[in-house]
Ligand binder design. Sequence first.
Ligand code: NAD
Length: 489
Amino acid sequence: MLTQSKRINIAGVEVSPDHYIGGKRVSSASTFQVISPIDESVMGEVAAGGQAEIDLAVQAAKEAFPAWAALGPSGRAPYLKKLADVIEAHLEELAIVETTNNGSLLEASRLRVMKRGAMNIRFFAEWAETLKGESWEANGVQYSVHYDPSGVSGLITPWNAPFMLSTWKVGPALAAGNTVVIKPPEWAPFTCSLLADFAEEAGLPAGVLNVVQGIGEDAGAALTAHPDVTRISFTGSEETGKIIGKAAADRIVPVSLELGGKSPLIVFADCDFAAALRTALGQYDNAGQVCLAGTRILVEESIAKDFIEGMKTGAKELVLGDPRKPETHVGPLITREHLERVQGFVERARAAGAEVAYGGGVSSALGGLYFEPTLFINVPEDAEILQREVFGPVLTLQTFKTEEEAIALANHTDYGLAATIFTGDEERANRVGAAVTAGTVWVNTFFARDLSAPFGGAKNSGIGREGGNWSFEFFCDVKTLAKRSGSFQ
Ligand code: NAD
């Protein structure tokens, strides 16, 4: 392991390509290349960590743990609130680095996503300060519930919203009194490197927050298998989730898996048609690279013709292009490898007999990684495109006649991350909301996420819930203290 390499200039922001371990930048002899999806140019070489770097980082986190845990929630909160302030002071830099690295829309990053990063840290710091376990008496014994810090948390994140998702894990883990080792996604590692800079600027004690860059099968696998890691929180694909779940099972370590989805967006004829249509077209956000996206649009038959026409007209107005430009609605896919994966899904759907209503390929005007917003209609019931997560700007539209049929179609998938319902009838909203299997159900809205609410997936979309108390139930060792009443002087 070498000491430090030169910072990389990304759109005017100096970003370290190294790990951040025990409060110091550390590089590795081997590196991996990071490509910008905007124009497929090389952004830089990033340190490729493995077992040795993970060992070092977990050791640093283990050493920092007792003092950090001993601070208690109110002792830790000032550090975390300062970290949130530092993030807020750097929103513009974060946004341009994230956009250059993963192709997400700059405007959305600047105005919403990066702010959410600061909010995640501040929210959980404040929540921990007021977190009180219940207490009660039963059969002459006084019971109380305590949330103890559990040790070193291993946090693994995907590339589609790497900064926001890392803070979603870092916030509650650190507020709970744990120290952390983060393994950022190899396709978009740079904003997590900035997070390490911000932790230093905020004065977090060395070793409390560590970042090890690297490939999933090397650095990620070493982190999940490390004997001193007491929690694993993972967001990513179902395939990787299964591997990580097995690694956690081997050591009986609690694991949180936030995985993919194939979520339904159910449109009843009695709904606000314009709002439903707007929301359906909004599923192309981030070029469809959103876990929660309602990619299976289910429309009541009586309005389906108009809805498809509306989608066709609306899709023509979507601007596909450079995510740094304010007029752009849909940016590029993350990598060529991912583009080929998306193309494969589209070709197999066509071959299975699904009809392309619009889109269906790489933009002829732009080329590169710019895939057209695509809609499939008249899709055969057993087609792969209705079951597997594409993670691109590709939607399907099916029709239904009755509420029962809508529910059956909505649940006809192995996933259960989210569902969206558009209806003007509240009773129906309650019935359908209760009948669909999903971690979150939205009615006449989309993507509303209050941090106090539980978040997670049913079925193959994951294990566990995070948000509010659920985050602390995961990251802490929850303890029952039982004292014989009246047994003290
Ligand atoms: P991925 O599973 O390929 O990678 C995610 C992370 O896991 C990366 O950091 C990667 O390096 C690491 N990894 C890969 N192999 C590993 C291994 N063997 N051991 C340990 N770590 C390993 O996922 P991705 O392509 O980066 O992200 C897209 C997926 O993430 C989609 O399925 C999407 O739905 C899902 N996602 C889910 C949520 C959610 O909250 N449920 C949010 C965003 C994305």
